[in-house]
Design a protein around this ligand. Structure first.
Ligand code: PRX
Length: 692
């Protein structure tokens, strides 16, 4: 696998190749690069010389070993963690070949460890007990708190002791539905400490979505809080949980304990709905427990957490990650992709309800003993400068965020940024969707003052950690490209027949081989795991993303190729939105597609057919949107409802989404072949009903 950075965008910009060649050689040799700005974004000499991976050569040395001897490479890294007993060196791989039987990935099996111990106790033993683990910043400016590693361990132990006392055992599921309070990572770590399997549900999901997840994983305990302020809006989370539990009880489910944190600034106890016997206030019980607790030692392949994500069918998938491999992988990716140094202050704006908050708010950084900012509020509250106020307040050095946030702040104007210093920033990160070059440049030039490399990290809930990502300082960046694979990752681009494409190409992104952070199954449905991910292109893991590789070997992600859309970095299955729309009694058919959106990346565009004789109305439009908010959550609300007397279908009744996508994006003269449609005139009808 080759890199040819020398030839990179030189020609695009009309600069001489030789000039670039010299710059790149200078970079590789560790000399100061020429200072002129151009398409290739070169890290400064100062940055590179102090980086963990200072050059492409060094990366290649490590990369080569990681793919030629994965077991050796990862075992050396794993040895830096605490293991009660060592793993079987033979179990560091995976059978990914569906033709040869079950897809079966295992790393470090037989090794006995605990990820919470490695996050907390181990760092304290290393002398970091007084180091800040969490700076918590509340919704209201001025509301804040901090916890050292020792204090965090104590809080985790108290909760772990309580959970054990009420009967939570190794392997039991605990559903966590909390906003970004410090109690959220505390709850995750407490579960990990006692070997319970946490399933965090993003606190923006509706009661029905929570119920669906409860019915699937049947938690022994739920952990929530009474309410939260999101900007200036009060959200009564406990009410949502109560509704979810009422719904689940109709499926015969009954919850043992609902541990409820009293988030007093948002809502008082008295105003909170309560079911005596089931509901318990966190503050009434947890602080009474001892601040030390035994660790439940678990096998590397014991489950750590379940996280539900959207696929191309209506039912969310319970992605299951296990302990040892995930631990090694989340920590290592964090360390290298952010060029982590012990004095860094790291802030990831993601919520722990998504994988980013698992791997890169909680586990990855804490395994490295990092200081992490946890922010409860919204980036535009009380004004669009809030993020930079936080950066300055905590002297954040590593900032990890999403393109959608970058784009929305970009629209607010530079003055909200430039009135803050931001000089502490060292590395920026981006995740969740492709970052368009203009947002990349604004992020780089304005937020980072053209000083901070950007790690555009491509990965997924399923992959556990970064897969394709820049290593800051190691090579030049290209705005909009996630650049090169992380250690141990072998991306391949295939055509629709599954042939591996060479060199410069575009196709489907797959991964060859296995890596420690990979998910091991879909909870309760290993067959779906194999069918959805390993059967489309036998022998490979199929990501669901499209991708190009340019002549210099850089990877460019082009978005999902399946029926999943990515709205503000939130992954939403079109089938889920369709089924929510269909729950409305006046809707007989619905087809949802993604459409380009200036801020959100993709917007949700829904074609809706109404029951015979029902007239379209603004009121009906609103009630359809409400149906989606109710079934999934506000973040999945369609941006556009397009009335559809009929939908373009093949003669066998399959909806032709390709055509709907073109109609939604107003590319009416690029509809392609419509001759296979059962009723070609529906297309004209739809165009006539579009906004012109
Ligand atoms: O389409 C890709 C997009 O997000 C999808 C994964 O979504 P999820 O499992 O929710 O995880 C989001 C956080 C990792 C991918 O299939 N995606 C994620 N990061 C990038 C990206 N697309 C382009 N560039 C990225 N950096």
């Amino acid at each position: 696998y080759k890199i040819n950075v020398e030839a990179s965008s030189a020609s695009r910009r009309g600069k001489s190749r030789t000039q670039h060649h010299h710059q790149l050689n200078a970079l590789v040799l560790g000399q100061a690069p020429a200072s002129e700005q151009d398409d290739l974004c070169l890290p400064s000499h100062d940055f590179s010389s102090q980086a963990l991976v200072p050059s492409f050569h060094k990366y290649m040395d490590m990369y080569k070993r990681s793919v030629e001897d994965p077991a050796g490479f990862w075992s050396d890294i794993a040895a830096q963690f605490y293991w009660k007993s060592r793993w079987d060196p033979a179990v560091c791989s995976g059978n990914l070949d569906v033709r040869k039987g079950n897809v079966n990935i295992k790393w470090f099996e037989g090794g006995i460890t605990n990820i919470c111990y490695n996050c907390l106790d181990k760092n304290i033993e290393l002398g970091n007990g007084d180091k800040i683990a969490i700076y918590w910043e509340g919704n209201e400016p001025g509301a804040d708190a901090s916890l050292t590693y020792t204090q965090l361990l104590q809080r985790v132990c108290q909760l772990a002791n309580y959970l054990k006392d009420i009967g939570v055992r190794k392997g039991d599921a605990v559903l966590i539905y909390l906003p970004m309070l410090a109690e959220l990572p505390i709850a995750m770590l407490a579960c990990a400490r006692i070997g319970a399997v946490h399933s965090v549900v993003f606190a923006g999901f509706s009661a029905e979505s929570v119920a669906q997840r409860i019915n699937d994983c049947k938690p022994k305990v739920m952990i929530t809080c009474n309410a939260v302020m999101r900007g200036s809006k009060l959200i009564n989370l406990k009410q949502i949980v109560d509704a979810a539990l009422a719904e689940s009880s109709q499926h015969g489910f009954s919850l043992g304990v609902c541990l409820t944190y009293e988030n007093k600034p948002a809502m008082k106890r008295e105003a909170t709905g309560w079911q005596v016997g089931r509901d318990v206030w966190w503050q009434d019980v947890v602080p009474k427990y001892p601040t030390m607790s035994e660790v439940e030692w678990v096998d590397a392949e014991d489950p750590l957490f379940l996280l539900y994500t959207s696929g191309s069918t209506g039912k969310p998938k319970g992605v299951l990650h296990t302990t040892g491999g995930y631990m090694v992988y989340s920590a290592t990716t964090f360390k290298y992709a952010f060029d982590y140094k012990p004095e860094d202050v790291y802030w990831c704006t993601a919520d722990c309800g998504w994988i980013t908050g698992h791997s890169y708010v909680t586990y990855g950084p804490m395994l490295n003993g990092a200081t992490v900012v946890v922010f409860e509020g919204a980036p535009n509250y009380p004004d669009p400068g809030r993020s930079w106020a936080i950066v300055d307040k905590y002297k954040v050095t590593l900032l990890y965020t999403a393109p959608t946030l970058v784009r929305s702040l970009m629209r607010e104007g530079n003055e909200h940024v430039t009135r803050y210093s931001r000089k502490s920033l060292r590395v920026l990160g981006s995740v969740g969707e492709p970052i368009n070059p203009s947002a990349w440049r604004w992020f780089y030039n304005v937020i980072g003052d053209s000083r901070c490399p950007i790690s555009d990290t491509w990965w997924q809930t399923e992959t556990g950690g970064f897969m394709i990502t820049p290593l800051p300082g190691a090579w030049p960046q290209k705005p909009g490209s996630a650049t090169f694979p992380f250690f141990g990752i072998q991306p391949v681009i295939v055509d629709d027949k599954g042939n591996e494409l060479e060199g410069e190409c575009t196709g489907y992104l797959c991964i060859k081989g296995s890596w420690p952070g990979a998910f091991r199954t879909l909870y309760g449905d290993h067959e779906r795991y194999e069918t959805a991910y390993f059967k489309p292109f036998p022998g490979y893991y199929f990501s669901g993303d499209g991708c190009s590789r340019d002549k210099d070997g850089y990877y460019w992600l082009t978005g999902r190729v399946d029926d999943v859309i990515n709205v503000s970095g939130h992954r939403i299955g079109t089938a889920e939105v369709e089924s929510a729309l269909l729950s409305h009694y006046q809707c007989t058919e619905a087809a949802v597609v993604g459409v380009e959106h200036e801020v959100k990346g993709q917007g949700i565009y829904a074609f809706v057919t109404l029951a015979e004789g029902v007239p379209y109305s603004e009121e009906l439009r609103k009630s359809l949107i409400l149906a989606v908010r109710k079934q999934i959550g506000a973040f999945a609300a369609p941006d556009k409802i397009h009335w559809a007397p009929g939908l373009p279908k093949t003669r066998s009744g399959k909806i032709m989404r390709r055509i709907l996508r073109k109609i939604a994006s107003k590319q009416w003269d690029e509809l392609g072949d419509t001759s296979t449609l059962a009723e070609p005139n529906v297309v004209d009808q739809l165009i006539a009903l579009a906004d012109h």
